[in-house]
Design a protein around this ligand. Structure first.
Ligand code: HEC
Length: 161
């Protein structure tokens, strides 16, 4: 390689490095404005791990999605549980899980086999953990309307006005 060619190569490398740096800097500036994921939990680690064991044990994930995760086999249009604690409080959740007929608390538009089952027969301590944990799942204020809307649409099958 001639001396002149080497010089050109160095210039190209330096220029592209600058371009990449500036671009990278812009990208990081953009992500700072990204409001991010609107869901969070106020639960302790211990409560979260006990609740997630129950969530698996009682097959809640067969029908619901949580943290945006949907089971591939999931066919039921059940409401997502992300941010549910901003829509329902702990007492409501405990009563709902304890009802022998949850549809007496909240009617269903679905075929019986897809409806929210009764968990009245599971130990009270488990129902308390579930109610406590799900009431800790919150949604940021800027996404609250969106969460209400999607819950309404899942529950009624109608568009939110
Ligand atoms: C067979 C499917 C199925 C299973 C299993 C199931 N659910 Fe549900 N769940 C539903 C459906 C569907 C609804 C909406 C009401 C209805 O149609 O009965 C619902 C409603 C709810 C609601 C109220 C949501 C809202 O928008 O107010 C909560 C909370 C909930 N379920 C939590 C759970 C938990 C916790 C478990 C496990 C212990 C569980 N579900 C298991 C189908 C299910």
């Amino acid at each position: 390689m001639k001396k002149g060619e080497k010089g050109i190569l160095v210039v190209i490398v330096v220029v592209s490095a600058i371009v990449m740096l500036v671009k990278g800097w812009n990208v990081s500036q953009e992500t700072e404005e990204d409001p991010g994921i609107p869901f969070y939990s106020t639960s302790t680690k211990e409560l979260a791990s006990r609740a997630s064991a129950l969530y698996r044990k009682y097959d809640c994930r067969d029908c619901h999605s949580l943290w945006g995760i949907r089971n591939a086999m999931q066919a039921v249009p059940a409401p997502s549980l992300d941010g549910i604690g901003s829509l329902r409080d702990e007492k409501w959740l405990f009563d709902y899980f304890s009802a022998t007929n949850p549809q007496s608390i909240m009617p269903s538009r679905l075929k019986p086999q897809y409806r929210m089952p009764s968990f009245a027969d599971v130990p009270e301590a488990d129902r308390r953990i579930l109610a406590q944990y799900f009431s800790s799942l919150k949604v940021e204020d800027w996404y609250l309307e969106e969460a209400r809307k999607s819950e309404y649409e899942k529950l009624t099958g109608k568009e939110f006005e």
